[in-house]
Write a protein that binds this ligand. Structure first.
Ligand code: AHR
Length: 320
């Protein structure tokens, strides 16, 4: 796929009035982007980054919100194929079930770029590049932080409840895996309950209420796969008369502004950063693909770990 340039004038006419009118004008690149939804503060920042970067680059963006439904994404991708967009980009809500539609895009010779979340496909040529975080590493970082915390706090047994992300989503699968792997070295750290909160505040609160009802004061730690679920759970913990961040230690992932505010207020203990500002890298990759240049199959982003102690200092620097 190359950037095409449309001729506006015939050769003779162009020669006679070349000074007055440009002979050719670049045809803007069209990207069809299927977003997961608007389930979290992270997602809002991700959408804003993609819209902003494409607008600045003069790219014609066709944006579709899938409302966390895979079938909506499949429909959107088929519609992008029918519209003959130059590139399809999407953040897949779940990891599996993409072979058929990705093959349709390949047969139509439309390159596909994955952003944020990966897919499991038997044929890796079904997409050209995957831009996003290493979610297993994020889970490991969360687990390592808890290992250190346990060590510094008398190495007592700690009962952990886990709020998982959307069932079947790459960040839910990988963050669970990385965390379990990291805490495995300390048998005193036990996950006693684990359930999906679908990456939303409302679900995070609802599931935490259920955990508190069944486990009560046995809960020492909450591990949430994203900040929004942690923020919802904080509300549930407070409504149960407990102190989040103290009675229950809270570890979560994303590093959104809401998490920094919660840490500043002493209600959250650490957030592991997951960078949503993928717009500029998507634009650059799409332009390279359109120009026929080779691109990396896997592009990762730099991320940090932010414990509560640095929240007040870091909050003014946060961009999302
Ligand atoms: O895929 C990234 C995850 O999806 C973010 O951690 C979460 O907040 C979002 O909804």
């Amino acid at each position: 796929m190359t950037l095409t340039r449309r001729t506006f004038l015939g050769a003779a006419a162009a020669a006679s009035c070349a000074a007055a009118l440009p002979a050719i004008a670049a045809k803007p690149l069209t990207i069809g982007f299927s977003q997961v939804g608007a389930e979290s503060e992270w997602r809002t920042a991700n959408t804003a980054s993609i819209k902003d970067a494409t607008r600045r680059a003069g790219i014609n963006l066709k944006f579709a919100d899938a409302q966390q439904q895979q079938q909506n994404q499949v429909k959107a991708i088929r519609s992008f194929i029918a519209q003959r967009v130059d590139i399809i980009a999407f953040s897949p809500v779940v990891e599996t079930g993409w072979e058929t539609v990705l093959r349709e895009a390949k047969n139509a010779k439309i390159p596909v770029i994955l952003t944020d979340r990966a897919v499991k496909v038997s044929d890796p040529s079904l997409y050209v590049s995957f831009i996003g975080s290493d979610f297993v590493e994020e889970g490991r970082r969360a687990g390592k932080w808890l290992l250190d915390y346990a060590k510094k706090n008398g190495d007592k047994p700690l009962n952990i409840v886990e709020l998982q992300g959307t069932t079947g989503a790459a960040p839910a699968n990988d963050r669970k895996k990385g965390f379990a792997e990291a805490i495995a070295s300390n048998p005193k750290l036990k996950i006693i309950r684990s359930q999906t909160g679908d990456f939303t505040r409302a679900k995070g609160k609802e599931v935490m209420e259920a955990f508190l009802k069944s486990e009560g004061k046995h809960i020492n730690v909450l591990y949430a796969h994203n900040d929004d679920m942690a923020i919802g759970a904080i509300q549930a913990i407070e409504e149960a008369g407990l102190k989040p961040g103290k009675d229950i230690v809270i570890v979560s992932i994303d590093g959104v502004r809401g998490a920094f505010e919660a840490m500043k207020a002493g209600k959250l203990n650490v957030t592991i950063e997951c960078n949503p500002l993928l717009g500029p890298i998507l634009v650059q990759t799409a332009q390279e693909v359109a120009a026929g240049k080779p691109v990396s199959k896997r592009i990762t982003v730099n991320e940090g770990v932010f414990p509560a102690e640095v929240a007040a200092k870091e909050l003014p620097n946060r961009r999302y």
